[in-house]
Each structure stands twice: as C-alpha cells, then as structure tokens.
Ligand binder design. Structure first.
Ligand code: FE2
Length: 284
C-alpha cells in the first residue's frame, strides 16, 4: 500500500481562522488536513468552503468521532456520513484515531484510550474492517495522548500498534507530539518507543507544541514545536516512508508567518531525508 501513495510534503490542519491565509499562501502549504465532522449537517456555504479548498489543495480527511475502539460497534449513521464525505473528497488516504469516543450510547466528546489488549485489537480490527469494506481509500491510524491508562494492558504501545496495523493492513499517522507528551507524563524514552513501533508503516506525521501546567505536559496544540519534537521528526524522517506531515495548531494562534516557518523547517527535514524531494508547487 505505502509504496503507491504520493509524497505530499508538509501542510497544515485547516481551521476556519486560517481560511484567507492558507489561500493567500498556498505556494507555501503543500496540502491540508480537514476535519470531516466540520462538514456534516452544515449549510451549503460551509460545503462551498470544502470545494474552494479542494480547488487549491490535496485534502486529507482526519476523523474525530468514528470511535473505532467502541466494543458496541460503529454508529451506522455517522459511519455512512464519513464514508460519503471521504468518497466525495477522494483523497490518497484518510485517518482516524486509535481511541473510543462513545461507550454505552454516551458521546464522551473526547478521545479516550483503549487498553493495549488483544481484545481491544479484535474490536478495533472488526470496526476497521467494516469501514474498509465500504471504502477503498487507505485508512491510517493515529496514536493519541492519554491522561490515564485503562486497566487491562497486555502489550506495550509499540507491540499493540504493530499487531493492530498487521491485522488491519492500516498505515500509521504518527503524532510526534502525542508520543513525546505521553513519554513526558508517563515516563519512558520516546526513542525507545519509536524503536518498538512499526516505522515502516508510518505514512503521515502530526506535530505541534503543548504547554506545561503543574508538571504535566498538556496536549493543547497551542505552542511552537519544541526542540525535542523537531529531533523526533528528524529521527523518524530518516527511518520511515513518511508521505506527509501536518502542523496541528489550534490555540493561541500566532502570526501566520510563524506557522509557515514551521512548515518550511519540517519541509527541509523531509527533503534532507529524501521524503519529498521537489519544491512545493501548489498555486505557483
Ligand atoms: Fe494529532
């Protein structure tokens, strides 16, 4: 699967406040990630935004609420809406999280961690197979941050994600900031974790900075990318067949130019390792 995917380069997680900036600076943004949930059950004007973005960028849908880790199965109505939107966008790949957001009919409004257990792999694999039946577009899975672990871990995160991706054939969306945040908050060396991950399946990266609060690193998507995350990016780009990287800035938005500088820094790192050799060409 991976060898056939295009190298997209470095882009931005699209948020509404960025709308005019991304269009104005499209020669410095290789692709965009969009949140499909923002385009479900919306007025026609919002859907026109999607069409406008699609005219200028490759769009990668990044789902939030499919709840692939739900033991009760997928919400069929939501699943169908996501499948329809992904078909409509027709991206080279799309992504969701290794998490659940719904349990016992209750929407948590948050990405909750699944136990790293074989039972959880069975549940995720069944739900993933259900959407893979409906969509030919490759699905890649993102590692999340967690404040706590549920009881029942049988595997470490590396072994869990290795088994899960082997079972499902999915690639990985490796969130470097999530990996770093979990290591800071729960102990462990992020490089040790990277060594146990199936790096040959990493198709896309996420990166951003969080903030510290009372000794805890908060995954707030609110700060510039810290040095340690740049170092992890360099490490991964040297080893994994990464096709794209997305800066996920949501809060405390700085002047857009500084986000473009972060994109360029990531772009240079990818070029150094031959991941996206050609200069960006969007809109130029
Ligand atoms: Fe992420």
């Amino acid at each position: 699967m991976i060898s056939t995917l295009p190298a997209l380069g470095v882009g931005l997680g699209f948020r509404e406040p960025f709308r005019s900036d991304v269009l104005f600076h499209r020669d410095r943004i290789d692709f965009l990630e969009i949140t499909p949930d923002h385009y479900l059950d919306v007025p026609a004007g919002k859907l026109q935004e999607l069409e406008l973005l699609a005219d200028h960028f490759t769009l990668i849908p990044h789902g939030l609420s499919l709840s692939l880790g739900s033991a009760e199965g997928l919400d069929q109505g939501y699943r169908n809406q996501i499948v329809d939107l992904v078909r409509r966008i027709d991206p080279p790949w799309w992504s969701e999280h290794v998490a659940f957001t719904r349990a016992g009919g209750i929407e948590l409004g948050h990405l909750a961690p699944v136990p790293f257990s074989r039972e959880a792999i069975d549940i995720l694999a069944a739900n993933i197979a259900e959407v893979q039946e409906l969509l030919d577009t490759p699905l890649i899975l993102e590692n999340i941050t967690y404040d706590f672990r549920l009881p029942g871990d049988e595997l470490d995160e590396g072994a869990f994600l290795t088994e899960l991706t082997e079972r499902t054939g999915c690639g990985l969306l490796l969130d470097l900031t999530n990996l770093y945040t979990n290591a800071m908050n729960h102990g462990g060396d992020p490089i040790d974790l990277l060594d146990r991950l199936p790096l040959d399946r990493v198709i896309q990266l996420h990166f951003v900075g969080g903030h510290w609060e009372q000794g805890v690193l908060i995954d707030s998507h609110s700060q510039p990318v810290p040095t340690q995350v740049w170092e992890l990016m360099d490490f991964v780009l040297a080893r994994a067949p990464v096709r794209g990287a997305i800066l996920e800035r949501d809060e405390n938005l700085p002047p857009f130019e500084s986000l473009l500088d972060e994109l360029e820094r990531a772009r240079q790192l990818g070029r150094k390792h031959g991941r996206w050799p050609s200069p960006t060409s969007n809109g130029s």
